[in-house]
Design a protein around this ligand. Structure first.
Ligand code: GUN
Length: 296
């Protein structure tokens, strides 16, 4: 239905290119006498996937010439202890930005932890102030995943202005900021946006109207070929581990989109892995460099 011409949106290659550009920018920044940008990540508990993601972020910091600090605490960390860590990081003059990796263990209240982060160091862009700035089109920290996605759209020359975007999933981390970002009046916005979620009555009908689909629910098989408008751009944020005895680690990551079916219909699509995932780290590094450039 797309004449066999689907374009793969290669986040891995684009991310490597952006890391190299960031490394050059950091080199200039440091040559001017500044300390390298410094990011800290707080990891609570022993969720394997979170540990992998955080380690990946730390590795990319090194590749781009950033300093990084990893703060690891056990799953029995209390809310008070975590808030104390956040206060310490807020007050640390040697630190440009930090993130608290989510999800937190169930006994911890993520919303109040995020609210305790100094918005000037909130390089995840999750604090209500940064989310509010995004909603109002004001300068601030844009959450990393939506930021990486619009960069990928821009890089591959995918027009957003006047297009109908359907975002599936309304999480605070991806779906909600993604819908906001695509709807704003800027170069990578100006979409008409539909935000679908668990109570959407007919998901297939909504998705069928989309020029751009962003699937961010974490459930494989959510988007199938029959739901797509021919030529649509499909962005798959899902990364669900599924058992696979042939894979090195015994599992592989599966997106929300039936890639094999959709590739006959979509005009452009991100693979999983190697699509959105590597781009999310770019947004985080960019925000950290931005924070470093705001040092007083
Ligand atoms: N968990 C999944 N994605 C993210 C992210 O971008 N930031 C944080 N802090 N936690 C996450």
């Amino acid at each position: 239905m797309n004449g066999g011409t689907m374009m793969i949106l290669d986040g891995k290659a684009l991310s490597a290119q952006r890391v190299a550009q960031l490394a050059a920018e950091v080199e200039d920044f440091v040559a001017d006498g500044a300390a390298p940008p410094h990011l800290a990540a707080v990891l609570i508990g022993d969720d394997g996937a979170s540990k992998t993601y955080v380690e990946h972020k730390v590795r990319k910091c090194a590749a781009a010439g950033f300093r990084s600090t990893l703060i690891e605490r056990g799953a029995d960390t209390t809310q008070e202890e975590l808030l104390e860590i956040v206060e310490g990081l807020n007050a640390d003059p040697m630190l440009d930005g930090f993130i608290v990796q989510l999800p937190l263990p169930a006994h911890l209240d993520a919303a109040s932890v995020i609210e305790a982060i100094d918005p000037r160091k909130d390089v995840d862009g999750f604090h209500p102030e940064n989310m509010g700035r995004l909603a109002l089109g004001l300068d601030g920290f844009v959450p990393a995943t939506p930021s990486g996605i619009v960069q990928m759209l821009a890089h591959y020359g995918i027009e957003t202005c006047g297009k109908h975007a359907v975002v599936i999933g309304r999480s605070d981390i991806v779906g909600t900021p993604m819908a906001l970002l695509l709807s704003r009046n800027n170069a990578m916005g100006n979409c008409t946006v539909t935000l679908c979620h668990s109570r959407t009555v007919n998901l297939a009908d909504e998705v069928r109207r989309a020029d751009i689909v962003v699937a961010a629910v974490g459930r494989p098989g959510t988007v199938t070929a029959d739901m797509l408008k021919p030529g649509a751009t499909v962005i798959d944020v899902g990364i669900t581990p599924v058992e696979d005895a042939t894979a090195k680690r015994g599992y592989r990551l599966k997106g929300d989109v039936d890639f094999e079916g959709a590739k006959a219909v979509a005009g452009a699509m991100t693979p999983v892995p190697g699509g959105v995932g590597p781009m999310t780290i770019i947004g985080l590094l960019e925000n950290t460099l931005k924070a470093a450039k705001r040092r007083t």
